[in-house]
Design a binder for this molecule. Structure first.
Ligand code: FES
Ligand SMILES: [Fe+2]
Length: 361
């Protein structure tokens, strides 16, 4: 079913087919490749990556003394946690003879040991020990050109990407709920999206698609605040019930291209931290991390909070059908009911170091 849906039906028909999939089929479909998809260049997706902080892994996925290979930003990477608990990330290929250190390497104290000849690196890529050599070649006592700054916050490991190696320009936002024992562990839902990070982010301000893709009765209205690297939108999602009005709000926040969160508050509480990180120019890894108070205000609130998670995931499934096949258009033609798509592009352009604020021509 999953493969058939992806290959035989048109995108719109696939969206209809989504509702007929079993839970298992849907989970497989979310992670499956799209057979025969055109190249990134054919879809105009071979544009620069935007800079910012991005989630790499859950903190619990990397124990003390453990390392993992990663692939993000079209790069082979290795991440490890030293015995002091600090996480480091480097380009995966050893400066000696190019072994991939994420496969067969090990953590030695706080250093990463290459599996090929046991050279030992710190988090800046400086070689501290070569067990069989009397001295370390001087060039290796200098850090690697490309650095991957890492912080941990909200039970996630975050890294800073910048194409020219600029140091982090802002901090990762800390959400107290993420580490509050009165809030649940993350409920995680995962997708591979074969598309552009910018196209995905733009979805939030694409007012008209909510009706046509997600089937909402009306075009949602929200208050939007554009403030440097920060973009906030506030949607009134209150309900009129026989008992009177139930207040609810949805706050969505974006700090650069890699830090995206949504707070559903009022009738019921939920925090969503969206871990959305590019793997290639045309592939994005998506993990939605939801947390909620262990005790919602009432059984109705608990039901609504669960309903919020279900609705967010349903909408992502529907958007994925579009994103998996969408081109990136440098100069889209926009009409008056579209919402602030061009304002969004102006906001987003600040994160492309290569374009230096200019429009891509
Ligand atoms: S290739 Fe890594 S130590 Fe030789
Ligand atoms: Fe959407």
């Amino acid at each position: 079913m999953a493969d058939d849906a992806a290959t035989i039906l048109s995108p719109v028909a696939v969206a209809t087919a989504l509702s007929e999939m079993s839970r298992e089929e849907r989970l497989r479909w979310r992670m499956a490749d799209v057979p025969g998809r055109p190249s990134a260049a054919d879809r105009n997706l071979d544009i620069p990556f935007p800079f910012g902080w991005f989630p790499a892994l859950l903190s619990e996925e990397l124990a003390v003394g453990q390392l993992r290979p990663l692939r993000y930003f079209g790069s082979d990477l290795v991440v490890w946690r030293g015995e002091d608990g600090t996480v480091h990330m480097l380009d995966a290929h050893c400066r000696h003879l190019g072994a991939h250190m994420g496969h067969g390497g090990r953590v030695s104290g706080n250093l990463l040991e290459c599996p090929f000849h046991a050279w030992r690196y710190d988090g800046e890529g400086v070689v501290h020990e070569i067990p069989y050599a009397e001295r370390v070649p001087p060039r290796l006592t200098r850090p690697c050109d490309r650095q991957w700054p890492v912080v941990e916050a909200n039970r996630l490991i975050w890294f800073w990407y910048h194409p020219h190696g600029a140091a982090p320009m802002w901090d990762v936002e800390v959400f107290p709920e993420a580490t509050n024992p009165d809030w649940t562990d993350y409920e995680i839902h995962e997708w591979r999206v074969f598309g552009s990070l910018q196209n995905m982010a733009e979805n939030a301000v694409d007012v008209a698609h909510f009706h046509y893709v997600h089937g909402t009765a009306t075009f949602p209205t929200s208050e939007m605040i554009w403030d440097g690297v920060l973009r906030t939108s506030i949607i009134d999602a209150g309900l009129d019930t026989p008992q009177g009005r139930m207040e609810a709000r949805v706050y969505s926040k974006m700090i650069g291209p890699g830090q995206s969160s949504t707070r559903f508050t009022g009738i019921a509480e939920t925090l969503l931290i969206a871990a959305v990180t590019p793997v290639e120019k045309d592939e994005v890894r998506v993990r939605f991390c939801f947390t909620q108070p262990r005790n919602q205000a009432s059984p109705i609130a608990a039901m609504m909070a669960q309903g919020f998670i279900h609705e967010v995931c349903r909408q992502l499934d529907q958007d994925k059908v579009i994103w998996d096949r969408q081109r990136y258009l440098d100069k889209p033609i926009i009409c008056d009911g579209d919402g602030p798509i061009l304002r969004f592009r102006q906001y987003y352009r600040q994160f492309y170091a290569e374009w230096a604020g200019a429009r891509k021509e």
